[in-house]
Design a protein around this ligand. Structure first.
Ligand SMILES: Nc1ncnc2c1ncn2[C@@H]1O[C@H](COP(=O)(O)OP(=O)(O)OP(=O)(O)O)[C@@H](O)[C@H]1O
Length: 280
């Protein structure tokens, strides 16, 4: 597979471009998205187009402040682009109701918090809200889905705990459980490993990759990003490169985008490649 670099970037133009789309309808698509122009300044998201194939796990990488979270919020329909559009399952998002969006897409955002004195169980049950109505009231199936989501993130034993007594990592796991309970075909995760200890980071990585459906996650750990099917690289509000992880995570790109020097090591035990980063 090849990488695709984008016209705005100074990065070297890539090999032949291959579409991440395949033949199926993309699960999620951003078209020429622009957002967040400050007075007299450049927009924060600057003409980003990204196609996410159904069933793919896409990693969004880039330095601090490059616009990953801003792009995630646009793709989730939480903020509206100043120009461009987002298509969800082929449908322009602006024509969908909040409930229709919530049936298809869940977002785990960074720094989401609440002051409400809710329990872990209450927080995860919120994930079922889009599916409830006067005709569709809470059922045993909803209980089972919530229970499974709590178990998936290892929070079942703490389901009675009150939100403000939880640690940062526990809160993050509850956010993820709430999104899992929403049972959508598209899951957007903004730095899901944030606050998690190494055990829970690995467990979460395995869980995310086991989950069916389409996943887009902003991620800082480039060794973990290698497990995605596709990587998209943000720099100064632009998507500057995308492709298969091993094609994207090359020394020249890492030097230009992250200002680090790459060394690739091999684990003598299983032959796995490990990326090591050094200052330039
Ligand atoms: N609502 C806002 N108003 C003004 N500036 C904003 C707003 N949201 C984001 N920014 C700015 O836009 C830039 C991109 O922010 P964003 O959070 O999207 O980056 P990021 O790539 O997710 O960063 P990080 O890796 O640090 O989480 C940053 O300089 C940030 O300060």
């Amino acid at each position: 597979m090849s990488t695709q670099t984008h016209p705005q970037t100074h990065l070297q133009t890539s090999l032949q471009a291959s579409s991440p789309t395949g033949t199926a309808l993309p699960a999620l698509q951003g078209r020429d998205l622009v957002w967040g122009a400050t007075r007299g300044g450049a927009p924060i998201v600057r003409g980003v187009s990204l196609t996410v194939r159904a069933g793919a796990t896409v990693g969004l990488i880039g330095p601090n402040g490059s616009g990953k979270s801003s792009l995630m919020r646009l793709l989730a329909g939480v903020t509206q682009p100043q120009s461009g559009e987002v298509l969800l399952g082929g449908q322009p998002m602006q024509r969908l109701t909040r409930r229709q969006i919530a049936h298809q897409l869940a977002l785990v955002s960074q720094m989401a918090d609440t002051q409400d004195a809710i329990t872990v169980q209450d927080a995860v049950e919120l994930g079922r809200t889009p599916w409830l109505s006067a005709l569709q009231t809470w059922s045993a199936r909803d209980d089972a889905i919530v229970e499974q989501a709590l178990a998936d993130v290892g929070m079942a034993e703490k389901k009675g705990r009150v939100w403000n007594t939880l640690s940062g990592g526990e809160r993050q796991r509850v956010h993820i459980a709430r999104a899992l309970a929403q049972q959508t075909s598209v899951l957007l995760l903004d730095e899901p490993g944030n606050h998690l200890d190494i055990h829970h980071q690995l467990a979460l990585g395995q869980l995310i990759h086991r989950l069916p459906g389409t996943k887009v996650m902003a991620i800082h750990d480039l060794n973990q990003a290698r497990h995605c099917d596709w990587l998209a690289v943000m720099q100064q509000g632009r998507l500057v490169c995308e492709g298969a992880p091993d094609d994207v995570l090359q020394a020249d790109l890492l030097e230009q985008v992250f200002e680090v020097r790459l060394r690739v090591l091999t684990d003598p035990e299983d032959g796995a490649r490990v990326l090591r980063f050094l200052p330039l």
